[in-house]
Design a protein around this ligand. Sequence first.
Ligand code: CP
Ligand code: NVA
Length: 307
Amino acid sequence: MKKDLLKLQDWTKEEIIEILNLGDQLKYEQKHGIEHKYLEGQTLAMIFNKASTRTRISFEVGMKQLGGSALFLSSSDLQIGRGEPIEDTARVLSRYVDGVMIRTYDQKEVEDLAANANIPIINGLTDDFHPCQVLADLMTIREFKSKLEGLKVAYIGDSNNMTNSIMVGCLKVGMDVSVASPKGYMPKDEITGLAQELANESGCKLLITEDIQEAAQDADVLMTDVWASMGQEEEAEERKTIFASYQINDKVMGYAKEDVIVMHCLPAHREEEITGKVFEKYADIIFEEAENRLHVQKAILTTLMKK
Ligand code: CP
Ligand code: NVA
């Protein structure tokens, strides 16, 4: 049966760890010039309904390094943009290509695409989830901290697609998770309920609070993301006031552990969700995190598409 990556709650801890292990292996192979053309002759369609730098380039380059090729398809140029049902698009693409990566607004569109395609579908970000980014984040945390279990990750800022995937992904692999967001911008009940279930299962701690200090206290990893995500451009100005104190700065750094690492999925808005000073201090980690998108996605592609 074909397998998709639609959201991390669909995957087991073991499946997540296997992807991270393969990501490490592929990173090693690439750095040491070891051939790894596991998807020779295969094609990935990449549908974009939102902007992207990292996702587009890392998937395209990743497919090439695996011996295949990638097609960039803008939703507005496809017939989807003129109302062709996603169900029909899924059936057509299944006859031309070997896998699809899609970035769009509605998670349901991705789920419908997967339900109607007989090739693997990968979620390259929706309003609700960003699973590829969080797999890259886990790979990066393991690289810098040599483990995942028992660490505490604190996310400060808007509870968005990143927050949802961080909560699910980190709790699944045995990390404690704290989220600090202003009132009205906290994770939705449905995802909080799911995260609490995962925390109960794994014996990990989950904290969702307005209190930045409480969330950041003794954190091993501090994470943040933009205050206004793609699709929320009109709220951007208003959000600058609401989120003003939800920033990773020297004060917040003081609450975390001495050897804390700071991560950001990028793009970053300096002096908004993170100060330029903190960003630059942790730039090596943040850009390694961006690089790991390539390696972990090659692992995802290989796992889902290898014949
Ligand atoms: N982090 C991330 O997904 O970046 P892009 O929006 O540039 O793809
Ligand atoms: N939350 C951000 C992530 C960008 C990679 C957005 O959806 O715009």
